[in-house]
Design a protein around this ligand. Structure first.
Ligand SMILES: Nc1ncnc2c1ncn2[C@@H]1O[C@H](COP(=O)(O)OP(=O)(O)OP(=O)(O)O)[C@@H](O)[C@H]1O
Ligand SMILES: [Mg+2]
Length: 254
């Protein structure tokens, strides 16, 4: 299952310590040069962070390392103090709501109502409560009339919204989204920003090419280029730096 969350947290972790900590991570696809080289950063309680970088810079690869879908060659990832490794994956993933770049990877049940209730039911939420919550989320995302349709019968933007509903149904404490505005019109992009700004999560990490939208939702930007985090800065300040962005393959007006 690919929707990975819950609000359970380890009680022993210092509430002021980093929620996500990445130390000297190196990742390479088989038989290739590393895509990610010596990546280190921390996300602290309250952080809302943009992950920026040109096409192919490694954003999705990095996010998939964070939830253990890919294993680094070297380096360490800690989620609320828990090292991400095969034996801790269930514990790690219970804390994280993860949105795939391709919404089709998130939706696999016969109907989207079942997609949205799948995760909560899997974590023991009674069926009636899971369905009530799913119907509320469907309404929030304009999908009430589509509850009993399969994802294949939705538009690309509707599939994106259904996938986001499936993630939010788990009330994640850590939210990691890969290109969440793909396929959304301006009104839904604004609505999604409003929804995300109200979410009571510990940290949010969002990969996107939608720099203007990111500047509304996040405060801090990490920029990936040549396998490294080249910039870790306030997003509003960074968006004033047209030349820097251009050099990083992110021309601001395009
Ligand atoms: N399964 C794979 N096998 C080999 N190389 C891969 C694989 N998936 C991705 N890559 C390569 O790894 C690099 C990083 O890809 P990734 O998908 O992480 O980039 P990205 O920053 O998310 O790009 P985009 O903005 O297009 O989503 C690219 O050069 C890509 O070609
Ligand atoms: Mg990507």
């Amino acid at each position: 299952m690919k929707s990975l969350t819950s609000n359970t947290q380890p009680s022993t972790h210092d509430p002021h310590a980093a929620v996500v900590e990445v130390q000297n991570l190196v990742y390479a696809y088989p038989q290739q040069e590393p895509v990610l080289r010596e990546i280190s950063f921390s996300l602290n309680p309250g952080d809302r962070v943009a992950l920026m970088g040109a096409t192919g810079s490694g954003k999705s690869t990095l996010l998939e390392n964070l939830i253990g879908l890919k294993q680094p060659l070297t380096g360490k990832i800690l989620i609320n103090g828990i090292p991400v490794e095969p034996k801790t994956l269930p514990q790690v993933r219970r804390q994280i709501g993860f949105g795939f770049q391709d919404a089709n990877d998130q939706l696999f049940m016969p109907t989207i109502l079942e997609d949205i209730t799948f995760g909560p039911r899997n974590y023991g939420v009674p069926s009636a409560i899971a369905i009530d919550r799913a119907r509320q989320l469907l309404a929030d995302f304009g999908l009430e009339a589509y509850a009993h349709r399969s994802a294949h019968e939705l538009s690309g933007g509707q599939r994106r919204l259904a996938a986001l509903a499936a993630i939010l149904a788990l009330d994640p404490t850590i939210l990691i989204l890969d290109e969440p505005t793909n396929g959304l019109d301006p009104a839904w992009r604004r609505h999604l920003a409003q929804v995300l700004l109200k979410l009571p999560v510990q940290v949010m990490l969002i990969a996107s090419h939608d720099l203007h939208w990111l500047s509304k939702v996040t405060q801090r930007a990490l920029v990936l280029s040549s396998g490294c985090i080249q910039v870790d800065a306030n997003i509003q300040s960074l968006l004033q730096e047209g030349d820097t962005l251009e050099q990083l393959g992110l021309p601001i007006d395009w």
